[in-house]
Write a protein that binds this ligand. Structure first.
Ligand SMILES: [Zn+2]
Length: 300
């Protein structure tokens, strides 16, 4: 049992106590439409329910949806999925990295203040603020989103959740957000396993930031054993309490409800049991239950 934890977690159907979150898939996309993935978009609520049911059946009680503004995000759709499946769903405000918005997308013209207002308004229903970085660099549009996210975070202290490109710039992102007033402990860095370098990520974890590994099932890029080994290495270095895990199924072709794979339940049905066999249930419980209850909670 989890001890009483501070704060609450903002789900799409209302705030819950952190201890009520349960086993959590920390990174998914139930809907996603982006010019960066032509032909791979998906936005059907009924298929999202079908897909999410498989995750629930595999043992998850919660998922965090990282689809931000302008990319097919459907907050009412997420509420419908939560209601139909019983999953707690945390939704995102914020923006993705530069490449996901068309050159003439009006969101590019919005001022930092206007974006901050928009993010803060969304935080009535959303429980994370997403921003994105490019490969080893921060585009001007992304830098503006970082500043707007920090301003919204100052009003509602939900975590700032960052897409890293191939796991690069973790330390620099934490530093940049720190300068903008977001403490490291409120920063979640996604996709760090795309750069399976435990030494580098251990330095980032030492700042207090969260490391999210979310690439199980991407067998054409690397085997799951790479991720298990990275988790073992980071735990060995003393950072098991900074780790989160998700599936990041962000393409139509990854969803079984649309005829693809490996499916939304891969992390719970396949990866988690393997992690438990190889590294033990205690570590798994920490990564899937205790850490998300802390990482996604806010006080205020
Ligand atoms: Zn994602």
């Amino acid at each position: 049992m989890l001890p009483i934890l501070d704060g609450r977690i903002r789900t799409i159907r209302g705030d819950i106590a952190p201890a009520a979150l349960g086993p959590c898939d920390a990174h998914e996309h139930l809907f996603l439409v982006t010019p960066a993935q032509p032909g791979d978009e998906y936005a059907d609520v009924y298929k999202a329910i079908e897909e999410a049911r498989t995750l629930r059946t595999a043992g998850a009680k919660a998922l965090v949806d990282w689809t931000p503004i302008g990319l097919g995000r459907d907050l009412d759709g997420l509420a419908a999925v939560s209601e139909a499946t019983g999953l707690h769903i945390v939704a995102a405000t914020g923006l993705h990295r530069d490449v996901h918005y068309a050159a003439d997308d009006p969101v590019r013209e919005e001022t930092e203040d206007a974006l901050a207002e928009r993010f803060a308004f969304d935080l009535e229903r959303c429980g994370i603020i997403k921003v994105g970085a490019s490969y080893h660099t921060l585009a001007p549009f992304e830098a503006k989103a970082f500043a707007a996210a920090a301003a919204a975070h100052a009003r509602v202290a939900v975590p700032v959740c960052v897409h890293t490109e191939h796991g690069t710039m973790g330390g620099a992102i934490v530093e940049r957000l720190g300068e903008l007033g977001v403490p490291a402990a409120r920063v979640i860095l996604a996709h760090v396993d795309r750069n399976p370098d435990a030494g580098e990520h251990a330095e980032t974890a030492a700042t207090g930031a969260w490391l999210q590994l979310d690439g199980p099932g991407r067998t054409k890029y690397w085997p799951d054993s790479t991720i298990v080994a990275l988790i073992a290495d980071l735990a060995e270095r003393g950072h098991a309490d900074r780790l989160l895990l998700g599936g990041d199924n962000g393409r139509r072709s990854m969803m079984r409800a649309y005829g693809g794979g490996p499916g939304l339940d891969y992390v719970f049905a396949r990866f988690k049991p393997r992690l438990e066999r190889e590294l033990g249930t205690e570590l798994s419980e920490r990564i899937f239950v205790e850490n998300p209850a802390r990482a996604f909670a806010f006080v205020g």
